[in-house]
Unconditional design. Sequence first.
Length: 431
Amino acid sequence: MLPEKIADILSAPFKINKLTLANRLVMGPMAVGAPTAEGAPSEQTIAFFERRARGGIGMIIAGGVVATARSFEETPFKPVLRFDVESLIPQFRRVADTVHAHGVPIIAEIMPGFGRMGVPGPGRPIISASPINVVIPEQNFPKGVLVPGGRTTPEPDEATVEEIEQYRREMVDTASNVQRAGWDGVEVAAHMSYFASSFLSPRTNWRTDQYGGSVENRARMLTNIVRNIRERLGPDFVIGLRITANDYMPDGQGAAGFSAIAKEVEKAGLDYVALSTGCYETMDRSAPSVDGGLVDTGDARLFRNALSVPLLLQGLHDPARAAEAIADGHGDMVMLARPMLADPDYARKACSGRTDDIVHCTRDNLCMRRLVFNMPVRCSVNPAMGRESRKSGSLPPARRFIEAPVEKAILALTGSRRFMGLVGAVIKRRS
């Protein structure tokens, strides 16, 4: 496809509820905002989002946002943004004002709980729809992520009805905080192997109460959250849903099952659905090394046929493939996550026919590896990533002169197949 044709397709404005987006490209949610330890947006948070808004993206979906006290306590990624704390609203308004100055709407992806991927604490077990843990085979990690022997999480407790209801109440309160901060909407997180996603498939939901069994019951938690947010915040506040499209598990659920859930939740007042691929057990599918999984498998088409609201696709780094997917009716918009770390100006370049100028993500997943170790996120092809707030010519904070060499050593060792192979051999001998 010629760059001019790509530009025509990707630069077409699009409406979600009453928002008019300048183009069909969206920054997908990532936990890379570098907030303070307390969960407030930092100067780096603001600078990071401002740079992507200035680069011409159509909409920003902010990730790494917790919506409940429990999700803050059990988060595996630190630090995270806390929209559940009312006193932080004025600081979040600064983010909204900065992004809006470029004519770009901003949505908060709000997380009720991390479920099976959470970190348990004293007197605080992890909880899920049913007591099934996560087992990630060594070969199912994304490119560059080496975990000898794989990973097995603790078995969660089955969530009580009261715990589910508590999450619902806190999610609605958090959505209200998002609106009061001047943000344009929320995206309810129900993907990967986190808490809300555990209700969606019979593989991870064995319940016999009102939250298990039928499609209607397995969708009930999400339906109640969306309906209550809509009732409280009115018709113009954007509500999206991020949902697994296919978990790619042998005994799991495919796109037909997940799209049936999405269709049920749509009735409660959704404005869009954003698709996520895979789960933690199939992480290599959720951070793919090639383009087009949602389109090539036909999964996106099943969702497009089931839903009437706009559909957002992931896993299309190549602007030509993104434009083709939209032109062929697989979805309405394309989410860019890792590509937005590599090139904040991706959208402006793609929408003006300058696709050859885009700095492409190499998919080496340095960003992901640093996130796993709770290091400041960086990008191997964009040295400015994670340093957007630093003034030109200024020195980094003094602590970075100590932290950076340690981080470099950890990444070198854990990225070495030889070293990690030795670690794996020791683990096997001890098991």
